[in-house]
Structures are given as C-alpha cells and as structure tokens.
Design a protein around this ligand. Structure first.
Ligand SMILES: *Cc1c(COP(=O)(O)O)cnc(C)c1O
Length: 403
C-alpha cells in the first residue's frame, strides 16, 4: 500500500474491539467465554494459510468469485459525468454479498467443533446465505425472522426451508430485523456451547464487527485490483448502501488509507426524516448500546430504541456497525440517505437502462451513485457496490407501486 499523509484510519479495532470510542462488548457474562473463544479462533484461522486458502477456494469455486467490475455505460450516459462501474455482488451464488461472510463463519463453526448455527435475517438474504453454508458444511440451522419480513420475503423463506433450515417466526416488537436479532441473541445465551451465532453484518459484540469486515473485504480488495487493471486509476468515489454496514465495510476498508478516494455510505431515508419513518441511523441517531455494541443508534429521548421504516427489509434496522460510527466521526466516510420513493425509481431505472434489477437495498446506492457521477468529470470513475439482485423484491415493488 502506498504511503499517504492520512492517519491510518484502518488501524482499528484495538484488542478490545474498540473503533475509537465505538464497538466493544456489552453482553451478559455467559457470552463472554464464547466471544473470547471466537476471537481467538478467528485470529488464529485468519493467519492460517490452510484456512484462508480453503476460504478462497470456496469463494472461487462455489460462490463464483471474483465478481465482475462492470462498466455501466447507459447509467453513465444518463448521469452525464464520471464513468460508473458496478461491483457485481448480485452475481454471487445466492444473489448478494452475504454469502462471503456466511461461508467464513460456517468454516469457523466447524473449526470450533460446533454442529449447529443460528442466524437473524431481515430481507432473507443473510438467512438464505446461512442456510446455504449450513447445507454445504452439514450443520443444523435455525434462522430467526420477523413475521412482517416473512410476509415481504416469501421467496427467501421458501428457499431457506428447501435447503433444510428451520425458519423461526418472531412476533415481538415491530416484527422485523431488530426483533429477529433480539431473539437470536436470547437463544444463543442458552445454546452457546454447541451453537455458533452467524451474525449477518458488521454489528454485535467484538469480534463480530472485525470478523465480518474481514470476510467481506474480499469485495474491496478485488475492486481495487480490477479498477486499476481496467481503468488504470483508483476510483474517485466508492458508494455503498448501509444497513448494518457489511457490504459497505467490505468495499470501503481496503480504500480507507487512500485519502484521494471518497467513500460514501447511503442509509434508508424511508418516507421522511421524521422519527419512526426512516432508518438513517448515522444521520439522525445518537451513540448508545444495541445488540452488544456501542455505536450510533436511533433512539428516543429516554434512550428507547426507535421504530424504523424502510421499503427495503435489509436496511430496516435502528443500529449500525461501530466502524461506521468511527468513520463518520473521523470524517473518513460521508453518510447520506435516500428515500423509499427515490430507491423505487432507481430500481426501475437500473432495470430499464442496464437490464439489471437491483435489490431495493442496492437501489438506494444507485441513486447516490448517479448524483456523485453527475458532480464529476468523464475522466473519473465512480464504483457502486451492487450488493444484491432484485428478484426477492419484485413482489413487494409490485405491491407498493400499485398503491
Ligand atoms: C443485507 C443486505 C444489505 C444490507 O446489509 P449490510 O450489512 O449493510 O450490507 C444490503 N444489500 C443487500 C442486497 C442485502 O442483502
């Protein structure tokens, strides 16, 4: 990596899992032992060429990596500025970036001698990725999912069940991702001895934010190499949507010390900036503890976690990974939000112009990519992390656009 004048913003977390003041571990004593074990196992595995070699072999042969960095000529013309490239995580087996992390954690589960995994899911993509990894490695699997999301994501529920996973309906709270995560954490406290909890994003207690970022960094490492090979330059900007923040962390991290590369995270603006009508945690939240980690959280004046809304189930979450809070406060990444309506328009625009239907999560990043490209000249490159494909969202898009 070339030496730059910028501070090494990449040199986090510390041994306690702190990204500046963010991150750490806020969990009951019963989980501390398992998290220590996981931290040790991950660090050893990540330095073991046998483990990383096998991980990359599976990513290549099973997932289909490296994913393409594709020049989107018609979106580029429409935006009228910088050249737009799509990092095609939608072409991975199972249709999103989630599989990179699920396979890594399933491999660790085996290494720890555990035979069962659990997971939470919102849009169902992490549930499907976990069900897939569990099938591949012969692990028993249960996925917690809010009943509101079960309704919105019927196809993914079927896919999980077809691969032998039990989908456990969550009736509490707003019946979405936050509630599914609560239930999964609750179960884990009583089953931790034989069960690994495969968290789907860069959230939760240490070492999850670090470990998930490392498994997803393959996205940014490939992007950097491909961009240099295909265009002879680094991107001027990299844009990604942020739910918990794993696709963004994966593509951003390898660029964090390249101060000339702008990094832009896009949160769900929902219906409006009014409390309860969006999921823009970094724009409207305040530091607090959620799901075992200290980070920005959407909360009311009494510190109660707020209800959130997004048309996209995968962004419908009141928390965000601690590294994003750190990047926000250090100014390394700019965070913005895009409304439901804008994302739905981008879903159709991308389909009509490129013949590629984005996931609704990804559609949020499409909007900001078009804006960013329009601000720049044709000699510059803007990369969009195309986190997933839109098949899962077709029924929901049809339903909300009919209204
Ligand atoms: C889950 C998901 C997201 C949001 O999760 P992050 O951890 O923020 O990446 C974004 N896009 C797709 C396609 C997803 O499935």
């Amino acid at each position: 990596m070339p030496a730059t004048a910028a501070p090494a913003v990449s040199a986090v977390p510390n041994a306690l899992g702190r990204f500046g003041e963010f991150g750490g571990r806020f969990v009951p004593e019963t989980l501390m032992f398992a998290l220590d074990e996981l931290d040790r196992e991950f660090r050893t595995a990540w330095h073991d060429p046998a483990f990383t070699g096998e991980f990359h072999r599976i990513l290549n042969e099973y997932v289909g990596r490296p994913s393409r960095l594709y020049f989107a000529e018609r979106l580029t013309r429409e935006a009228g500025g910088a050249r737009i490239f799509l990092k095609r995580e939608d072409l991975n087996h199972t249709g999103a970036h989630k599989i990179n992390n699920a396979l890594g954690q399933a491999m660790l589960t085996k290494r720890m001698g555990k035979k069962r995994v659990i997971a939470e899911t919102g849009a169902g993509m992490h549930g499907v990725a976990t069900a897939t990894a569990a099938a591949l490695f012969g692990l028993e699997c249960r996925v917690y999912m809010g009943v509101e999301d079960i309704r919105r994501q019927e196809l993914n529920v079927f896919r999980m069940k077809a691969m032998g996973t039990e989908v456990f309906p969550v009736e509490s709270g707003s019946k979405t991702l936050k509630d599914a995560t609560n239930e999964a954490m609750r179960e884990w406290m009583s089953t931790v001895e034989g069960t690994h909890y495969i968290i789907g994003s860069v959230v939760g207690p240490h070492p999850f934010p670090l470990m998930v970022r490392e498994f997803q960094s393959v996205i940014g490492i490939e992007t950097k190499r491909q961009c240099l090979e295909q265009t002879g330059q680094l991107p001027a900007a990299v844009v990604a949507c942020v739910g918990g923040g794993s696709n963004a962390a994966g593509i951003f991290h390898p660029f964090v010390d390249d101060s000339e590369v702008s990094l832009i995270g896009v949160e769900a603006g929902g219906h409006s900036p009014q409390a309860g009508q969006h999921a823009s945690t970094l724009s409207f939240g305040a530091p607090g503890v959620l799901h075992g980690s200290y980070s920005y959280v959407l909360q009311d004046d009494d510190g109660q976690t707020s209800d959130v809304h997004s048309v996209s189930a995968g962004l419908d979450y009141p928390g965000v990974g601690p590294e994003h809070s750190y990047w926000k406060d250090t100014g390394r990444v700019r965070y913005t939000s895009v409304s439901d309506k804008e994302a739905l328009d981008a879903f159709h625009l991308c389909g009509r112009l490129e013949g590629i239907l984005p996931a609704l999560e990804t559609a949020h990043a499409v909007v900001e990519t078009m804006r960013e490209a329009a601000r720049r000249g044709p000699d510059e490159v803007v990369v969009l992390c195309f986190s997933g494909r839109g098949d899962k969202d077709c029924a929901e898009v049809a339903r909300v656009t009919k209204k």
